[in-house]
Design a binder for this molecule. Structure first.
Ligand SMILES: [Fe+2]
Ligand SMILES: [Fe+2]
Length: 256
């Protein structure tokens, strides 16, 4: 336990330096070397300690982004050990689908930016709205996190990261609605203004949701597998997840 506390203090120090404005590049090398010796759980405890010390959840994002870069292969290793249909397995697969909708939105935005005026024969506006709607239809995924997974992780003493994730869910709901409602409004707006607003709304959504998915796949989900070690508890959580429900775009694709 003492070793964990030392590591937590070291993380707190690194994060405080980042938040105080020290050049991330110089802190980064030191942070990466240090983080490679850590489990996701240690990081979560450090984040929690920082929140308890009165730091705003937004301030933790620096640390998350450094940690993110180091963990790209970890998610594959994690899911390789899980049964099909496990709570975490479904959540990771749903993330894959969401990332696909984000790729679509980026491609559609590129297509839109090439148009010089409104084209009533073009599907690009309705396709943007549809992909944003698909992301809004991910709500059962977020509800399973908020109602089932996060409370279980909190009950095991990991509090900070779930607060950050819930805050981001709220931001993301607004961003998805912004993209959808804008795309549906194409005929009521100056076209140049429309293109600019759609472009910035899509870029904001893509960046924020990719970052969110990465943090859950690489920090929060591994942490939950570290702290919830009893299969019976996972089976109970799975039942609660079934009650909350699943995303309609996953039927026949990632479930069953
Ligand atoms: Fe989430
Ligand atoms: Fe998620």
């Amino acid at each position: 336990m003492e070793a964990v506390m030392d590591k937590t203090d070291k993380l707190v120090e690194l994060l405080e330096r980042l938040n105080a404005g020290e050049d991330p590049a110089s802190v980064k090398e030191e942070a990466q070397e240090f983080l490679s010796t850590l489990k996701a759980e240690d990081l979560s405890f450090a984040e929690q300690k920082l929140l308890a010390a009165g730091l705003a959840p937004e301030d933790l994002r620096h640390l998350c982004s450094i940690h993110m870069e180091m963990l790209k292969d970890e998610v594959n290793k994690m899911t390789a050990n899980l049964e099909e249909g496990h709570v975490i397995d479904n959540l990771v697969k749903e993330h894959q689908m969401m990332l696909g909708f984000l790729d679509n939105l980026e491609a559609l935005n590129n297509k839109l930016q090439k148009q010089s005026e409104y084209d009533e024969t073009s599907d690009v506006y309705s396709e943007i709205a549809q992909n944003a709607q698909n992301l809004l239809d991910a709500e059962p995924h977020h509800q399973r996190e908020e109602q089932v997974l996060f409370p279980a992780v909190v009950a095991h003493g990991v509090i900070g990261p779930t607060k950050v994730m819930v805050m981001e869910h709220e931001d993301l709901r607004r961003m998805k609605r912004d993209v959808r409602d804008l795309a549906n409004d194409v005929k009521n707006m100056d076209f140049v203004e429309f293109k600019n607003r759609v472009s910035s709304a899509i870029k904001m959504l893509v960046m924020t949701l990719r970052d969110h998915v990465f943090k859950e796949n690489n920090i929060l989900y591994p942490t939950s597998l570290d702290v919830i070690t009893d299969d019976a508890e996972w089976n109970e959580l799975k039942k609660h997840c079934d009650e909350v429900g699943y995303c309609k775009w996953g039927k026949g694709k990632i479930y069953d």
